[in-house]
Ligand binder design. Structure first.
Ligand code: FAD
Ligand code: NAD
Length: 469
């Protein structure tokens, strides 16, 4: 009779469950600070949702589809570039995506080796205070004084919509369709719906977006979201706002999506993009008396500590925006606090970017949030259409908006719709982090001709003195 392999018990200073941006960055920082750290990841490849099926593959497809659309739809003609016989090689585009993902996930393996992080492949679960069990490939019983839960999230769905993992699917499927759909119905006009909807619209699909709330990108600055919706409409995406989807099902070769008060939509693919849920299943939370909140998140205090001594949680598994960089910063702050007693994330300076064309980026408060809080603010806006570099790029849609405290001039928020908004927002995030005023930004020298001059002009506009308008 084959003997059952004995499961070893191994001691570490810190055990992290999950190797997404939260977990893997925490592991690297812990190793830098001298801890003996282990990281458990169920998937073969490291990097989590972000690297494997999220940020990275979606951005590879956004970039590739934007290039295709520019050439195929004649956008380069104005530059004197005429192309004929343009065709789409979707397999090649997907190979590009795959190679970008592989380079990134391999990069994390390299960083683990370089920093001496011990990796266990398998499912990790708490088994009482100070103990984590790994089930699977690298089965083991680990003992550690500190445990960080960084298990991330998975795509949610809604009642009446049954995911079949093919025609009716989530972003996991929509980053890998083997054909351009004739008609893609997207449920949810949030970040995923708009980004992946854009990819397939650019590649030739008819895209219909159904959103339950009366606006796209709910929670974002309302003026910016309205301007963006007009642009996406011009690009060919159609929107039904205030649309309550009651069911989606496969019928024959296609799908039918039913919406309260509207005729059913017939399509060949459905992308369900209605938010994500923290992943806490089979995590052994009960073994340390932990309970999740009403939205499935692990409750933590401002130091990312759960109510179980020595157990911390970060990233998508806890409250806050589900963003890779937020997870990373929490990973660093959590580990630094464990080792040095100090670690902090400034949640007022976490930027968010929607990588559509044009991009939408924001940091800090929206106008609606300031109004609700009764904060008096000054507002400066400046359009890309009045910027020389934007004209040269033929990318003149959108504007930069800066919101500053009416009394102190301290920058409270910024909202950018326009070319490379995701890069431009970094300047304002740093300004907020440093407690800068709009005047500080306005007096900083910006190179000419750059898109960043629009940020400077918007900062000048807070005081009613932009120069080029
Ligand atoms: P995750 O990245 O989800 O990682 C958690 C890891 O834990 C996973 O690898 C999982 O397999 C593992 N795991 C879970 N439970 C266990 C267990 N019990 N044992 C072992 N392993 C376990 N954010 C951005 O900031 N920018 C973007 O452009 C962006 N684009 C996105 C595009 C898409 C399509 C999607 C779906 C998401 C995108 N996000 C983006 C969000 C981003 O991916 C997440 O916010 C980020 O990955 C969260 O990091 P995390 O470490 O908390 O969790
Ligand atoms: P989301 O929360 O951004 O958007 C979900 C949308 O679905 C919302 O507009 C919501 O009102 C709508 N919705 C919910 N129920 C609905 C229903 N029954 N019918 C119609 N609409 C409905 O979620 P997402 O787009 O799925 O993305 C998930 C998370 O991933 C987000 O939190 C986001 O931060 C993150 N993400 C970030 C990026 C980025 O940073 N560029 C990209 C992709 C994903």
């Amino acid at each position: 009779m084959a003997s059952k392999k004995a499961i070893p018990t191994i001691k570490h200073d810190l055990v992290i469950i999950g190797a997404g941006p939260g977990g893997y960055v925490a592991a690297i920082r812990a190793a830098q600070l001298g801890l003996d750290v282990a990281c458990i990841e169920r998937a073969r490849d490291l990097g989590g949702t972000c690297l494997r099926v999220g940020c990275i593959p979606s951005k590879a497809l956004l970039e590739a589809s934007e290039r295709y659309a520019e050439v195929a739809h004649g956008a380069l003609k104005r530059f004197g570039v005429r192309a004929s016989d343009v065709s789409l090689d979707l397999d090649a585009m997907m190979r590009h995506k795959k190679s970008v993902v592989t380079a990134n996930t391999k990069g994390v393996s390299f960083l683990f080796k370089k920093n001496g992080v011990t990796r266990y492949q398998g499912h990790g679960r708490l088994d009482g205070p100070g103990t984590v069990v790994v089930d699977g490939e690298d089965a083991a019983r680990l003992e550690a004084k500190h445990v960080i839960l960084a298990t991330g999230s998975y795509a949610a769905t809604i009642p009446g919509v049954v995911l079949d993992g093919d025609r009716i699917g989530t972003s996991d499927q929509a980053i890998a369709y083997d054909q351009v759909p004739d008609h893609l119905v997207v449920i949810g006009a949030g970040v995923i719906g708009l980004e992946l909807g854009s990819v397939w619209a650019r590649l030739g699909a008819k895209v219909t977006v159904l959103e339950y709330l009366p606006t796209i990108l709910p929670g974002m600055d309302a003026e910016t979201a309205r301007m963006a919706q007009k642009i996406f409409k011009k690009q060919g995406m159609s929107f039904h706002l205030g649309a309550r989807v009651t069911s989606a099902r496969v019928e024959g070769d296609g799908c039918v999506v039913e919406v309260e008060g509207l005729e059913p939509f017939a399509c060949d693919r459905v992308l369900v993009a209605v938010g994500r849920r923290p992943y806490t299943e089979s995590l052994g939370l009960e073994s340390v008396d932990l309970e999740v909140d009403e939205r499935g998140r692990i409750p933590v205090n401002e130091h990312l500590e759960t109510s179980a001594p020595g157990v911390y949680a970060i990233g998508d598994a806890i409250v806050g925006p589900m963003l890779a960089h937020k997870a990373e910063e929490e990973g660093v702050a959590c580990v630094e606090r464990i080792v040095t007693g100090y670690g902090h994330v400034n949640y007022d300076a976490v930027p968010g970017v929607v990588y559509t064309d044009p991009e939408i980026a924001s940091v800090g408060k929206t106008e609606e949030e300031l109004q609700e809080a009764g904060t008096a603010y000054s507002k400066g806006t400046f359009p890309f259409s009045a910027n020389g570099r934007a004209r040269a790029l033929a990318r003149t849609e959108g504007q930069v908006k800066i919101l500053a405290d009416a009394k102190t001039d301290r920058i409270l928020g910024a909202h950018i719709l326009g070319p490379r908004a995701g890069d431009l927002i970094a300047e304002v995030a740093v300004a907020i982090e440093m407690g800068a005023s709009a005047e500080d930004l306005a007096r900083s020298v910006h190179a000419h001709p750059t898109l960043a001059e629009v940020v400077k002009e918007a900062a000048l506009a807070v005081d009613g003195r932009s120069l080029h308008r």
